[in-house]
Structures are given as structure tokens and as C-alpha cells.
Ligand binder design. Structure first.
Ligand SMILES: C[S@@+](CC[C@H](N)C(=O)[O-])C[C@H]1O[C@@H](n2cnc3c(N)ncnc32)[C@H](O)[C@@H]1O
Length: 179
């Protein structure tokens, strides 16, 4: 099992102080972050695509999380969590409609005043990219990265306002709050 994401390690003490203990790990993958937070007293709901949920279902570690959900359950699940965790998921979703549904589900399961922690692959604002990349068309590599301004444009319509962010190497981590 790989280590938890850097942003989860950095920010989990803050979420603990805020009593944001009920968590949805949205795009849980191998559950590395879900298990890290469970071990620290958070109650974690883990969600992923149906095919990944099938892979996880019979793993003993899955018993340690509160519940495992397939993404198609999320529009109705109304979990009312204090924190949605999204690490290295949003940057691999390429379709606009899929991105919109992902954020709508995140917001629908987050209580007002709750937090969304998102970590994505980034390019630093102003970084040059390939020749094929200009103002209107992104090259393939560039499309899989996001800046905090791009995240703001996508998340603000879902009632999510950025309260903090940092860049580190090729990662961007940002905390949003649901208004
Ligand atoms: C690179 S992995 C990251 C997993 C985990 N968050 C982590 O940091 O270890 C991306 C995960 O996102 C999931 N995923 C892809 N598209 C998704 C979507 N539309 N909704 C939820 N999860 C999705 C994949 O199945 C995969 O488990």
C-alpha cells in the first residue's frame, strides 16, 4: 500500500481541529487515504467507479471504512459529510459532462460549511508547454493538469469557494468550502 497523499497528511490535523470527521473519499483507488484517515479517528465513506468498487469489495481492509459506494449511488446518497477528499481524480477526468457530474455529486454530499480538499497534477501558472498548446487548445499533457485559477472557475458554480492552496513540485492542493 502506498503512502497517503501529501495534502491529506498536511491538512488532516486542521480538519480534526475543525471537527470535520465525517469524510467522503471520492475516487478512493486503493483506499490509501481512506485507511490513513480511518486510523486517525475519521469516519470515512469511500467511493469509486463501479468496476473499482467490485475490486475492493472482497479486500479485508474495506471492512475498516464506514461504507463503500459506487459513484452511481452518489446522486441519491446525501451523505452530508464534513469533508470530501479528491486526490488525483479530477485531473484524469477529461470530459466536461463527467467533470460537472463529479463536482455536482461532491457538492450534493457535502454539508453547508463543509470542506473539499482537492489534490491534482498541476503546471505552474505561466509554465510553457508544447508547441501545439496555445490559448484555445491544450496539448494532451497539459489537459491532465490544472492550476488553482482553473479549479476556481470549475468549482465556484457549485458553491465551492477556495480558502487555501499550495503548489509543490507537480502537485496542487486546494481547500474549498461549501457556501
Ligand atoms: C489515480 S487514482 C487516485 C486514487 C486515490 N484518490 C489516491 O490518491 O490514491 C484515480 C481514481 O479515480 C477513479 N475515478 C476515475 N474517474 C472517476 C469518476 N468519474 N468518479 C469517481 N472516481 C473516478 C479511478 O477509478 C481511480 O480509482
Amino acid at each position: 500500500m502506498s503512502r497517503e497523499a501529501e495534502s491529506v497528511r498536511r491538512y488532516s490535523p486542521f480538519f480534526k481541529i475543525q471537527k470535520a470527521l465525517k469524510v467522503l473519499d471520492y475516487g478512493t483507488g486503493t483506499m490509501r487515504n481512506a485507511l490513513y484517515l480511518t486510523d486517525r479517528g475519521f469516519r470515512v465513506y469511500a467511493a469509486d467507479l463501479p468496476e473499482q468498487v467490485e475490486r475492493l469489495r472482497n479486500r479485508p481492509a474495506t471492512q475498516r471504512v464506514k461504507r463503500l459506494l459506487a459513484t452511481d449511488e452518489l446522486p441519491q446518497s446525501r451523505l452530508n459529510v464534513d469533508l470530501v477528499l479528491s486526490t488525483y481524480v479530477f485531473n484524469i477526468i477529461m470530459g466536461q459532462q463527467e467533470r460537472h457530474s463529479y463536482l455536482a455529486n461532491a457538492a450534493a454530499n457535502l454539508r453547508p460549511g463543509g470542506y473539499l480538499l482537492m489534490e491534482v497534477r498541476c503546471r505552474r501558472p505561466g509554465d510553457p508547454c508544447g508547441d501545439s498548446c496555445h490559448d484555445y487548445f491544450s496539448c494532451g499533457e497539459c489537459a491532465k493538469t490544472l492550476t488553482h485559477d482553473e479549479l476556481d472557475m470549475l468549482l465556484t458554480p457549485h458553491g465551492l469557494r477556495r480558502v487555501s492552496h499550495y503548489y509543490r513540485s507537480h502537485a496542487l492542493a486546494a481547500i474549498y468550502r461549501r457556501e
